[in-house]
Every structure is written in C-alpha cells, then in structure tokens.
Design a protein around this ligand. Structure first.
Ligand code: SAM
Length: 243
C-alpha cells in the first residue's frame, strides 16, 4: 500500500496526530477500567504513524510495532522516546509480555479469518495473565457503511487533501475495498494526484467474539463513554489470570 511506503512521508498530513487526543483518552480509560491493577506497559500492533501513541505515551510505556519500516520512521519522528520494532501482527513474537495490547485501525488489514485469528494469537501471547486487549476496527459487518469521506491538512510548506471511497462488502471474501484519491501540493504549489487501493477485513460481532474466545480471551464489558461510538467498533478482552 502506497500510503505506508512511497507516500508514507505524507501520512501526518492525511491524518494528523492532533486529531487523536480524544480517541487516545478513550482507549486509555478502557485499559484502566478493564485492568485489575494500574497498567503500565503497552504493546501496539500496527502502530502506523504513531498518532495514538503520541498521546498515550504520557500514560504508558509504549512498544510500537508495524509492518512498514517507512511508517515506523515517521512514528519515530514524533515519538523518539518510544521503542519501535518492525513486525507483522500475525507472526510477531517478542518473547516478553505486557499489561496491555492495543490494535487500532491497523486490524482492518486482517482480510481473512486466519489473519484475524493470527493477530489475536499474537496479542494473547504478548499479554501477562490478567492483561487487557483493546481492538478498534472501523466497523463490523453490522455497522459497515459504504460512502465517501474527505479530509487532509496543511504542513509547513506542503499540503494534502484526499477523497476516500468506501465500497460495499465483497461477495467471496470477508472484505471490502477502499480507494483513496490523494492530492499532494508540493512546496512550489504544484499539485499531483495519486491513487491507492486498500482491502479491509469485515467480520460480524459474533465472528469477532468467536475468534477472541478461541484465542483464549475472556470478553470484558467496560462502562466507559465512547465519543467515537458511531465511528468504530470496540472489543475489550482479557487474558485469563490462569490462562
Ligand atoms: C492507518 S495505519 C495505523 C495508524 C495508527 N492507528 C496511528 O495511530 O497512527 C495502518 C497501519 O497498519 C500497518 N499494517 C498493515 N498490515 C499490518 C500487519 N500485518 N502487521 C503490522 N502492521 C500492519 C500499516 O503498515 C500501517 O502503518
């Protein structure tokens, strides 16, 4: 995907760290509410540009992991104090455990039941007994909405605007397609248009719960007000204390 490779240096003008404060605060409250003792260490799988991390690092000791070296590079620029490690969330094995594991929208790139289960297995083996997993995909099959979105930001000497086209579910796989038209204005005011095609996984709430249970997790209900209830799905689960 071009957004995470040759276009990665533009990522923070597509989605800016300052847009993530409220969502990062929500995620922090969920981890605190679901943990028996005050959590301190947090592993993020698919941490991307480090936008959530830029807010959560004040509260947690963060280990940030992503498939893309370019994305780790731009996250390091805004989160130099955090540990960054390259790895695929389906196969990463760090050989240590954390109080919390967080998978934000990067879980969208799990495009089969096998992918999703592998990512949940990775989360499980990296949690201490009693540790908490929070996963926030953009939607489930019940809440998926085809349509368009747009946005972008101005940098010091360049700007980006985009149109995001979310397609209906695909028929043969548990996925949907998303196309981005991205306009890049360089320091001379010259605008070029780039296209990037993404495929996102799409699973029902029951399928999510089934995979979490099969991976060994117990589901957790938390009473935390969610300002983004219409914009993402939330799954909170715990590695059993004796699990
Ligand atoms: C939208 S970005 C995540 C942004 C992030 N939520 C933030 O706060 O900046 C999605 C990320 O998922 C990563 N990704 C995609 N497939 C992955 C995989 N199998 N394992 C780890 N990361 C993956 C991409 O490289 C990309 O950086």
């Amino acid at each position: 995907m071009r957004l995470y490779s040759d276009l990665a240096s533009w990522f923070h003008l597509l989605t800016h760290p300052s847009d993530y404060g409220a969502e990062a605060a929500f995620s922090t409250r969920v981890f605190e509410a679901a943990s028996a003792t005050r959590p301190q260490t947090l592993l993020e799988l698919g941490s991307g540009g480090g936008n959530n991390a830029s807010h959560m690092k004040a509260r947690f000791t963060l280990t940030l992991t992503d498939l893309s070296p370019e994305m780790l590079g731009i996250s390091r620029e805004i989160n130099p104090e955090c540990e960054h490690i390259q790895g695929d969330m389906r196969s990463l094995r760090l050989g240590r455990t954390f109080d919390c594991v967080f998978i934000h929208d990067a879980v969208e790139y799990m495009v089969s039941h096998e992918d999703l289960r592998a990512a949940l297995d990775t989360a499980f083996v990296h949690l201490k007994p009693g540790g908490v997993l929070l996963v926030t995909p953009d939607c489930t099959s019940e809440t998926h909405k085809p349509g368009i979105d747009s946005g972008g930001h101005d940098g010091d000497n360049r700007s980006l605007r985009y149109l995001e086209w979310v397609h209906p579910p695909n028929e043969r796989t548990p996925t949907y397609n998303v196309d981005f038209a991205i306009m890049l204005e360089d320091e001379d005011g010259v605008v070029t248009v780039e296209h990037d095609h993404h495929v996102f996984g799409l699973f029902s709430r029951d399928e999510w719960h089934g995979h979490l249970g099969e991976a060994g997790f117990e589901l957790v209900e938390v009473d935390v007000e969610d300002p983004y209830a219409d914009e993402h799905a939330v799954f909170v689960a715990r590695r059993p204390v004796n699990g």
